[in-house]
Design a protein around this ligand. Sequence first.
Ligand code: GTP
Ligand code: MG
Length: 137
Amino acid sequence: SERTLVLIKPDGVERGLVGEVIGRIERKGLKLVEMDLRRVDRKLAEQHYAEHDGKPFFESLLEFITSGPVVAAVVEGPHAISAFRQLAGGTDPVGKAAPGSLRGDYGLEVQYNLVHGSDSVESAERELKLWFPELQA
Ligand code: GTP
Ligand code: MG
């Protein structure tokens, strides 16, 4: 079994898609271990997206992710990391995400792509520590 960090980004919360995202996670058979609604400060946003520092969209990404409340969740199950990435769909909701995926069904623009999921075991470990420091591995 594996754990991954899932975020419902400010656009997903604002648009009332929390129930939809959580419902799909549950119906897939994944388990919610922790979940809360929270505001993201600049420091956490910078740490979370550190790999994108220096890219042209970095500043705009930080502004977006700190613009309103997000849902942060720890999701567990067999292959949880890739299972959630599959539910989310490719980064670009129109160019890459397949219909049937969350981004494919509900997104239009690459920045406003509704959800985040850790992309590897190493990322999941790093991100879970960052967002849920009180949780033990
Ligand atoms: P996350 O789960 O959020 O990490 O998405 P991802 O792993 O599918 O994509 P990636 O880590 O490459 O990019 C992180 C986030 O930056 C994306 O989810 C988008 O919100 C945003 N992003 C990525 N590429 C672009 C871009 O070209 N332009 C803009 N404006 N935003 C981008
Ligand atoms: Mg990513």
